[in-house]
Write a protein that binds this ligand. Structure first.
Ligand SMILES: [Zn+2]
Ligand SMILES: [Zn+2]
Length: 344
């Protein structure tokens, strides 16, 4: 447990560094990523694909992975993360890009066994916006973002699902390319008897893409695991850091910190992807479709005993989570101060 927390904290520091770099590079970074991913896809379909066995099976599988990869990246970049000053979004039932729900209902998910209660609202001291729980002010966008995770581009309530799925499909694609491309990369390097290269992609480009795929499989694999770990514990990247502080505060008082959004690993993941009971069918995870989150960002599912933790909390100073009093909860300003200290 201590080990995974430490790893989580290391990634937090890495992600902050990444935020600063990608925030500055912005559009160039996105364009560069699109070019590299497209090159990878072209390399795979030109060089590796024709040599795969069971083409009737591997063909559709590869097309599906490539489509998911490109579409989820497109969604991460184009779907705005969600802001507290805009009205709740409804799914677009006309568009073929949107998944269909089994039972048509409201945008938010109010399943009978799920306790979803209104969020506590504070005011952002940077932009003056009303700020429901889990909203944080993004320093790069200079705006409050619902269920803010990090900026890379800005990831929040409406695109976090696509962000994680994009990473998962990128890892799957890189692992597939690395595993099936071995004979081709040896051939490109002149390490086999067959020196011919009957493909459109130049040998050097294939070798470079192959190396990149191996590196990305490891790096993005770790990042994806880190995000899935957070999602399965019901916490965002920002909250992962805050909760560490709360744990220490509660421990000093002889209490135990309880994350009120944590409904158990399986339920947390179901809610994160909005699948399972009351949500969308599980197979939607395999398709490049858009799905609304289970909530509009102004209400949250809470574990038993914390139903009144949000806006309806009593006057006894009880906070949103167990072991933390109201007023002890960290704000974005605290985060900044800590960030400044770390930089000095
Ligand atoms: Zn703000
Ligand atoms: Zn941002």
């Amino acid at each position: 447990m201590i080990c995974s927390r430490t790893v989580f904290r290391c990634f937090k520091a890495l992600e902050r560094l990444g935020d600063r770099i990608t925030g500055a590079a912005g559009p160039y970074f996105v364009a560069f990523a699109v070019i590299l991913i497209s090159l990878g896809v072209v390399c795979f379909f030109d060089v590796i694909m024709p040599s795969l066995r069971w083409p009737l099976l591997s063909g559709p599988f590869c097309v599906l992975v490539a489509t998911n990869l490109l579409m989820h990246y497109f969604y991460v970049v184009t779907v705005r993360p969600g802001f507290p000053d805009e009205p709740p979004r409804e799914p677009n039932t006309e568009s073929i890009l949107w998944a269909k729900k089994r039972a048509p209902g409201t945008g938010a998910r109010w399943a009978s066994e799920l306790v979803v209660t209104r969020a506590a609202v504070t005011k952002c001291r940077k932009c003056g916006q009303a700020k429901p729980e889990r909203t944080h002010h993004c320093r790069i966008c200079n705006r409050c973002v619902l269920k803010y995770d990090h900026h890379c581009p800005c990831v929040g309530l409406h695109n976090e699902r696509h962000f994680v799925l994009f990473m998962a499909y990128l890892v799957l694609a890189c692992v597939s390319l690395a595993a099936t491309g071995v004979p081709h990369v040896l051939r490109a390097l002149g390490a086999t008897d067959d020196m011919s290269w009957p493909y459109h992609v130049p040998q050097i480009a294939f070798v470079l893409i192959y190396i990149l795929a191996v590196v990305m499989a490891l790096a993005v694999g770790a990042m994806c695991a880190f995000h899935l770990w957070g999602a399965s514990h019901g916490e965002t990247t920002v909250e992962g850091h805050d909760f560490d502080v709360y744990r220490r505060v509660a421990k000093r008082r002889g209490e135990t910190f309880v994350n009120s959004y944590d409904l158990g690993k399986r339920r947390n993941l179901e809610l994160f992807f909005n699948v399972g009971e009351g949500g969308y069918p599980l197979y939607t995870l395999l398709l490049p479709l858009r799905i609304n989150p289970y909530t509009d960002g102004r209400a949250w599912a809470r574990r038993a005993g914390y139903e009144h933790a949000g806006a309806g909390a009593g006057a006894d100073g009880e906070g949103v989570h167990g072991g933390v009093r109201r007023g002890e909860e960290l704000t974005d300003e605290d985060e900044d101060e800590e960030g400044e200290e770390a930089r000095v």
